[in-house]
Ligand binder design. Sequence first.
Ligand SMILES: *Cc1c(COP(=O)(O)O)cnc(C)c1O
Length: 404
Amino acid sequence: MSSTPLNRDLFDQVMVPNYAPASNIPVRGEGSRVWDQEGREYIDFAGGIAVTSVGHAHPQMLATLQDQGSKVWHLSNFMTNEPALKLAQQLTDATFAERVFLCSSGAEANEAAFKLARRYAFDKFGPDKHEIIAFHQGFHGRTLFTVNVGGQPKYSDGFGPKIVGITHLPYNDIAALEAAVSDKTCAIVMEPLQGEGGIIAADPAFAQKARELCDKYQALLVIDEVQTGVGRLGSLYAYQQLGITPDIMSSAKGLGNGFPVAAMLTTKAIATHMGVGTHGSTYGGNPLASAIASKVLDLINQPQVLADVNAKFERFKTGLEAINAKYPFMHEVRGRGLLIGAALNEDYLGRAGDFLSAATEVGLMVLVAGPDVVRFAPSLLIPDADIDAGLALFEQAVAKVTQT
Ligand SMILES: *Cc1c(COP(=O)(O)O)cnc(C)c1O
């Protein structure tokens, strides 16, 4: 057994085939650089899908991991613990929220959010008020409830009966939203910028209309900040740029820098409806995960760090436009902060994966957001020199795809 080479072939022999990973296997990272088994270096513009918010092997993260790791990793929710209390205090101080539920993934945070929205409506208005309004191309995770609220049928088809009472509308369509919300609506669920759906930002007027309709119909506005939160769009949370206040918000991905940790945030009045015994998570709020998230927030919730994220967006945009002037491949740069999409032009529609493969070949890790958008979501602390070096590699990849 111990002599089995740990390579890509082994994946097919021992793993459920729900992923199709690349052939190279990274073994080490530092900041925004990663090295694979062969010692090949990569610049990391992927950030583990907008997760490694402070980069790989950050010295202060390592110190936190070692410090808390040597004290206590896990207890149970029959006892609370200092790191969890500190994390919840930080999250409530920095946002609209007054109460926090801790868990371990984005899907779990959303699951809690959707259950809470339904329970709140059930308790206050009865069983008829259970309808959830969500949006086409939205993504909220891979549990059964979250794929059903998500707006991509390919993720929810084929798993038996669907969860009822969920309506999907076109994103940013105010008229459709006004027509759909009713007394039966218990929640409107939206991402402030659709990440998986193609890096599509919400119009502030659309988000504000959602808020207004929720107020009018006593529904809750649930904002999924799993991808956009923790500084990713240049403010600690993206709702802060939209002129709205959510009733419930989820946060995950960047919150743990790769350690599984997530949070559902809400107000005191709404939280009352998730009383003792209504919901839970074994790992949620364990001291190790909480200490790590707390340190991530310390590092990112700083005016200068957030200002730098916005400056780095401009650096990316300028660089991508320069590449496009030489090798036309995209029709626009989308996104905000360090969640950036290069939307492919007509000639390359459907070929985002080719750009990803070509980038990997020259030593650059990027992402796609659907078939038509190349996505960049590096560490929020990525040095400008690494952005420039990565863009130079991306130019080679674009040259390769467009010249052949
Ligand atoms: C990634 C993502 C999720 C799911 O998070 P997991 O940690 O994979 O469960 C939910 N919502 C959004 C907006 C995401 O980007």
